[in-house]
Design a protein around this ligand. Structure first.
Ligand SMILES: [Cu+2]
Length: 92
């Protein structure tokens, strides 16, 4: 996943349920995070990566047991509103 001002790329990702490893790459100039919340409007799952510094990469592993559509965000103040938001679809 590429993180930068102001996007999470790709904006939409589909994975199968279970343990998923994301490789986060900060291709921007500020610190960013990668978070997953959902599914849907619930916040049953809320996981946020550590901060990723500009030019750095981070492996981020998450258990995604349930199918559904989750929201991906950068949780640094103001970043989501500026466009750092996407969708994660979990299905078999
Ligand atoms: Cu950010």
């Amino acid at each position: 996943m590429s993180l930068k001002e102001w996007a999470i790329d790709p904006k939409e990702v589909t994975v199968t349920p279970g343990r998923v490893r994301f490789v986060l790459r900060n291709e921007g100039r500020r610190q960013h995070t990668f978070g997953i919340i959902g599914p849907g409007s619930s916040k049953d799952l809320t996981v946020i990566s550590d901060n990723v510094r500009a030019g750095q990469s981070l492996n981020f592993e998450v258990d995604l047991p349930g199918e559904g559509t989750y929201t991906t965000i950068c949780d640094i103040e103001g970043h989501r509103e500026r466009g750092m938001e996407g969708r994660l679809i979990v299905r078999r």
